[in-house]
Design a protein around this ligand. Structure first.
Ligand code: GLA
Length: 380
């Protein structure tokens, strides 16, 4: 598809191609920027790139999703409010140059089927895919962790979204049929096989994550504040990752009610991720599902990042006999839920959700039965 789009625009075949998938997080939400644990998987929805080099320092790029193009010079990369879809690419190219790599220009076409602003990391897919594309176009060699860091830097420092490392890591390093257990403190990771008995079913509420940006920043600050205040009790902690629920209880007098709730979510969620990994490893999917449900409740009641539509999707899911677990996934305030569903009931589950959701909210849900897939750096 992307090669055809390139051919149509430039009348020639592309010289290089690249791809990066979106991701879904199974458990471990709002823990990554607290140095905590996450368990995402890359999914079989991707952003594809096709390109050829130029030697006039110009980038001409076309987005198949936005049906829009823009041209910019490599020696004057600025954020472009009129073509925001191009900023992920701009950020990546800017920071590659700042790291000392010489780029000469390119014609680039990109786009794919990761839904936008749905909480499935289409932006991380563009960033990671853009780094891989640039490596191929300009013969640059980077270690996998350099790719992840550069992609995240584009998001944090150029697009100015203060996200953690999970999304870029998962898009780069996911593995087919596996979940990725990542420790966001030191980026150590291992793969955990997903049983073929279950399917990952993602339900998109149809709500773009409208409030997510501002509320995300507020949660991040609240976590920092909680750490600072816990420090006044003699707990020497750099992040919420370093304490358990008992520590939190003992030191809870130092926190306002709201900071205690935020901290309790993060601390309990880290604990759930560790348990969830063990459950997957012993193929105890029922117990894994129970942890997903507890995660949703904690995100809804303590972290307060869910919304009515996501709660409706989770409630509907839990009424379905084939469901082992259901929770909101990603930043919250819209976006998607992730559901662990017995493989043979995935299709009827999808139908039941669409119907029930429409009845309850008047909105249309999109349901994606996903397969854990290779990341941009791990595909063979
Ligand atoms: C967004 C961010 C991630 C992570 C999740 C919440 O997806 O980009 O870094 O913080 O929210 O878990």
């Amino acid at each position: 598809m992307i090669n055809e789009a390139f051919q149509k625009i430039f009348g020639a075949r592309p010289i290089v191609t690249a791809r990066a998938p979106g991701r879904v997080n199974l458990i471990g939400e709002h823990t990554d920027y607290n140095d905590g644990f996450v368990l995402p998987a890359a999914i079989d929805r991707t952003i594809e790139f096709a390109a050829r080099p130029r030697n006039d320092n110009v980038i001409y790029t076309y987005s198949t999703n936005f049906r829009d193009h823009v041209e910019f010079r490599l020696d004057a990369i600025e954020k472009d409010e009129a073509h925001p879809w191009s900023n992920y690419l701009r950020g990546v190219l800017k920071f590659l140059q700042e790291s000392g790599y010489r780029l000469t220009g390119a014609d680039i076409v990109f786009g794919g089927n990761v839904p936008r602003e749905a909480g499935l990391s289409s932006s991380a897919a563009v960033e990671v895919g853009a780094v891989v594309l640039a490596m191929k176009l300009f013969q640059i060699e980077l270690e996998p962790m350099e790719v992840v860091r550069l992609a995240r830097r584009a998001e944090n420092e150029f697009v100015k979204v203060p996200c953690g490392v999970m999304d870029q890591f998962a898009c780069a390093m996911g593995k087919s049929d596996q979940a990725l257990f990542l420790d966001c403190r030191d980026l150590s990771y291992r793969y955990v096989p997903l049983s073929p008995r279950v399917k990952l079913v993602v339900c998109y509420s149809g709500l773009r994550r409208a409030l997510a940006a501002s509320e995300y920043g507020i949660r991040l600050k609240q976590c920092r504040q909680a750490v600072a205040q816990l420090g006044t009790t003699g707990l020497a902690v750099k992040s919420l990752r370093e304490i358990d629920l008992t520590d939190l209880e003992v030191a809870s007098y130092s926190l306002s009610e709201i900071l205690l709730k935020r901290a309790r979510h993060v601390v309990s969620e880290n604990d759930r991720v560790l348990k969830a990994v063990k459950d997957l490893e012993k193929d105890d999917l029922e117990s894994f599902g129970t942890l997903m449900i507890a995660s949703h409740e904690s995100l809804r009641d303590d972290y307060e990042v869910s919304c009515r539509e996501l709660d409706v999707l989770v409630d509907l899911a839990l009424r379905h006999p084939g469901v082992l677990g259901a929770r909101m996934t990603g930043a919250g305030f819209g976006g998607c839920t992730v559901n662990l569903v017995r493989a043979d009931t995935a299709e009827p589950f999808a139908e039941a959700i669409k119907e029930g959701y429409n009845k309850a909210t008047g909105l249309n849900a999109e349901v994606y039965v996903c397969k854990a897939s290779d990341g941009a750096l791990t595909s063979t």
